[in-house]
Ligand binder design. Structure first.
Ligand SMILES: [Zn+2]
Length: 423
């Protein structure tokens, strides 16, 4: 039986894969198809990326528009964290559905096959891999079997983010999921180096240790895959990241700036709602066709902390819907300066009132910066010819590649199966 195994090293940008910090990924890259022009999605946040990996669709089609989203639960638009364990249920109650596109788990279930995911990141990022419960999803906040049946605590994944939890998850993933349960699709989502990157400088000793821990966990999985399929004929093995990171420069309080400019009634008002997404933000409007959209857009044009604003029909250029309450998306100003550890790329970020914390000098992502948009992707097995692939690829190409390998239909996706030969 054919199988697919995916490992995601959250936030590992491709230029930080080095022989000293990630010897295994370096070596694996030399005997894999290495996709050198691989891009993330927008916003380049974990939860949106998880939905795009799971569905093969851009946010315009799957509908999960960021790490935060504004929902109207009856009292007007309010910004909520998508990461919280209850967001999936609140989204379903407010809109009647979760993702607008089927996940790999749903398509596999329709073909009589099973998907199992172990995720050591936020509950939201875990649950949106399979929000309607076709397969199995394990996360520290609660684990579910088919039908979203809660698993007893002793069967769950009681781990913390960081190296120790990632390693416990990896060892159990290898032994229980890959060797014993052997599902058609097994996915492991590691918290490192994202977890450490958010509270240390990129390239610092702590951040480099976090990269090394992800490298060691990928090695554990790769060795298990090699033991199960020495010829590399049955198991498609994909290793990658969801996005990279930039170094945080200034933090912009966008709510306050809009209030001070007379464009928003109050910090918590629903006329225009800021959904902060790290180095980007999405603006939701109570009246998406109203004059306020243009007034806010003209204000943003005058602000030197804005990188680029996408308004109305321009949202389609970055894979966002044009017919929702979101009418403006903006990236914050990037620059190429190198941080004290020699890592290039800075960006301003938008203050997140749901998680207010000081993070100047640490890693962040969400926008279209050249480093946060540099995830990596290595493919081996399934007749992938090793080499450097220059084709443009993206997170949405993962699902069609997996389904093609497993012989399951992939209609209605934005992505396409990855090529098997380098060009
Ligand atoms: Zn991430």
């Amino acid at each position: 039986m054919k199988r697919a195994v995916i490992v995601i090293c959250d936030s590992l940008r491709t230029d930080l894969i080095t022989p000293s910090d990630s010897p295994f990924l370096t070596e694996l890259g030399q005997r894999s198809a290495r996709f050198a022009s691989h891009a993330g999605v927008f916003p380049s946040t974990t939860r949106t990326s998880a939905a795009s990996i799971a569905t093969g669709c851009l946010p315009a089609r799957h509908g999960l528009l960021g790490n935060t989203m504004a929902l109207d639960e009856g009292d007007g638009l309010v910004c909520l964290s998508v990461g919280r364990p209850d967001f999936r249920d609140r989204l379903h109650r407010a809109t009647g559905r979760t993702l607008h596109a089927p996940t790999m788990a749903e398509r596999l279930d329709g073909a009589g096959e099973t998907a199992i995911a172990f995720s050591n990141v936020s509950p939201g990022a875990a649950y949106f891999l399979d929000p309607d419960g076709y397969g199995w999803v394990y996360n520290a906040a609660g684990s579910y079997g088919p039908g979203r049946r809660p698993l007893p605590a002793e069967d769950g994944l009681a781990i913390a983010k960081g190296e120790a939890g990632d390693t416990v998850a990896t060892e159990r993933f290898c032994e229980e999921v890959l060797r014993r349960r052997a599902p058609a699709l097994a996915l492991l989502w590691l918290s490192e180096p994202d977890y450490t990157g958010h509270h240390t400088p990129l390239g610092s000793p702590a951040h480099r240790r976090a990269i090394a821990s992800a490298d060691a966990n990928v090695r554990r999985v790769a060795e298990t895959v090699a033991a199960l399929d020495p010829a590399g004929e049955r198991i498609l093995f994909l290793v990658g990241s969801d996005h990279g990171m930039e170094t945080v420069d200034q933090t912009i309080d966008l709510d306050t700036r809009l209030v001070e400019a007379g464009l928003k009634r109050a910090a918590t008002s629903s006329d225009v709602v800021v959904a902060p997404n790290g180095t980007a933000a999405l603006l939701y409007f109570a009246d998406p066709k109203g004059a306020l959209v243009g007034e806010v857009a003209r204000f943003l044009e005058t602000q030197d902390w804005v990188g680029r604003a996408f308004v109305g029909s321009e949202l389609a250029e970055i894979g966002l819907p044009t017919d929702s309450a979101v009418q403006i998306a903006l990236t914050l100003k990037p620059d190429d300066r190198v941080n004290p550890h020699g890592v290039p790329g800075h960006s301003h970020i938008v203050r997140d009132s749901l998680e207010p914390k000081e993070c100047t000098g640490f890693g962040q992502h969400g926008g279209l910066g050249s480093n946060e948009q540099r995830p990596f992707l290595l493919a081996s097995g399934s007749s992938f010819v090793p080499g450097v692939y220059r084709h443009r690829s993206s997170l949405v190409d993962i699902a069609p590649t997996v389904l093609q390998h497993l012989g399951v239909g992939m209609a209605g996706m934005d992505g396409r199966p990855l090529p098997r030969h380098p060009a």
